[in-house]
Structures are given as structure tokens and as C-alpha cells.
Design a binder for this molecule. Sequence first.
Ligand code: F0G
Length: 356
Amino acid sequence: WDRRPLKLWRYREILPVTGDPVSLQEGGTPLYHMKRLGEELGLKNLYAKHEGMNPSGSFKDRGMTVGVSMAMQLGMKQVACASTGNTSASLAAYAAKAGMPAVVLLPAGKVALGKVAQALMHGAKVIAIRDNFDRALEMVHDLCISEGIYLLNSVNPYRLEGQKTIGLEVVDQLGDVPDRIVLPVGNAGNISAVHKGLGELIELGFIDRMPMMTGIQAAGSQPVVEAIAGNLPEVIPFKEPETIATAIRIGAPVNAEKALRAIRETGGTADSVTDEEILAMQRDLARKEGIGVEPASAASVAGIKKMVEDGRIDPDERIVCVVTGHLLKDPETVIRQCEPPIEIDADIQSLLSVLR
Ligand code: F0G
């Protein structure tokens, strides 16, 4: 068992697929020790699990290898999802690998360029609706029921089975359970999935405690944060969620109930960060650690920075921030933040003069 490569299907005994999976060799993403950023924050043990290093550039591939494999196993003929972008990119790729047609519904004008490019290039039927993600999800749900199409949003439990392997890998790589795992929260599937995976490791006797599950949302779409802060039994949806981190621009998270349980049962918490804090951390990760992520992913680390500054983090804590998607997913947001390249004539004098 120990000789199995650190890839998602290393954990096949606790995944639901029985036959050959539809796989693009997902999982086994790097766990980076963030030395410089950690020192700045006074944290010796700050890590990033870079899920942007999956085949399509986000953690969604873990859900899709299992989800699309199950669609095949169940004899389904077509798959669909609504998406803020990454789910659609991943579904399109795995459906292509499986040779199955895919339909994806996106909120028009609110999906990062790289993600739309992926969904289109992998051959999905891409439909942009003039409303937000929450409405797209309602619509695709109705479509799947009426047309017998297999729905692959995180309401599909097999998606979460795949994503639970993030937690297993973290324990494998760290050789221990971290004190805290921090995730950006949109539809609240991933935090629920990681919690489930670690719960299974406890049941199986591999570990004996849970990390504090910590969810970070964008200030403009933070229903889970408000439910935790107000000790509410369920979330009150945001009607018009807004944030530059379009991946988590979600007002009515479908997995909120599970996420609230994960946070409360583990003594974790939820907090939000502003768009400015998100972008500042996206730059810090890129420039101080060499870790390139999309804005939503920077939210997890930005959340920890805020909690450290508020004195809510013990400096001895071992913290793993899941960074969920790759920098190249959203090139437009990057270009808007950075100075453009300096264009010069092709001679050494011009080159030296701009470098001085
Ligand atoms: N980070 C990224 C990069 C995402 O794409 C998402 C969700 C999340 C975090 C939040 O994860 O929804 O499980 O709480 N993206 C979905 C999509 C909604 O359609 O790609 P969650």
C-alpha cells in the first residue's frame, strides 16, 4: 500500500467506484511549507495545499474523476453542471476523457476567462445565463430531472467522495493531523468533503483527532460566516452575492448544513475577507512563496492573516490552507493588478536604461 503513488486513486478502497476509473491522474498535489509568509505572520507551521496543480487546475478534478466514473458505472449517457467556472472546466475535461457529452451552465459575464476557455476547448456545450450561479444551479437541476441527465454539482454525493481525499493526502504528506485546515467556501461542498474524509480516517483508526475546520468567504457573499457568527441553525441566503473572487460568488450554498456541522463539531470557525485582502494575499503568495493561485484560493490564507492579526490564532498551530485553483484560471484579474510589461527597442542601451 505504501508503494502506491500519492495520487487520488491511492485511496480507492474508500471510494465508491468499482471498475476502471475515468482518471487524468488527479491528486498528489504539493503541500508547501510557507516559510517566508509564515515568518511574517509569526507562524512556524503554515502550509499551502496547492490544488491548482490538478490536471484542469483546480480541486474539482478530484470530484470529477469519481463523479464521471460513477456516471459511467450507472450507465448515464450525458452529464451536466452549473458552475462559477472551475466545475465546468473539470467536468468538460473528464467528460471528454469518458467520451460523454456535457452541458454546463454559467452565470453570464461572471466566469474567469481561463475557465470558460477550458470548458469550450474540451468540447462541452457551454451556456451562459443572464443571472447568478444560484439560479444556474436551480435551472440545471430541473433540466437534469426532466431530461435524465446526470447532475455533477456538489449536490451529487460522489463528487464529495472524491474531494474528501484532500484531507487524506494532507495527513499522508504531513505525517500527522494538522491543528487547522482552512478552505475558501462557496457552495460549501469542499469543506464538508474534507471533514468527511478525516472523519473516516478516525473511524478506521488511522488518526485520533480532527483539525479545526475553518471556512473563509468573501465579504460580499458570506452566508456561512453570518450563520456561524449568529449561531443560526441554517444559513440565510445572500440574494445578490458579489466579489472579485468569482469562483465563490455564491449566495445560497447547497452544502451549508454539512459545512456548519463540520465547523461546529471541530471547534473551527468561519470568517470573511474583503476583495482587497484577497488580492493582496494573491500577490503575497505569488511574490513571497512562488505560489500562483486564483483570487478565491487566496481567501483561505487571507483569512488566516486576518485571524492572526485579531489574535485568534495560537502561533504554535500547524495550519494547512487549501488553495483551490491555479493563477492562470483568471488572467484578467492578474493583468488588471499588475504593471504591464515594459516595451523597448531591441538594443542593449534601451534595456539597460529601463533596468537602472
Ligand atoms: N475555490 C475555487 C477556486 C472554486 O472554484 C470553488 C468553487 C471554491 C473555492 C469553493 O468550493 O463550492 O466547495 O465551497 N467553485 C464552484 C464551481 C462553485 O462552480 O467551480 P465549494
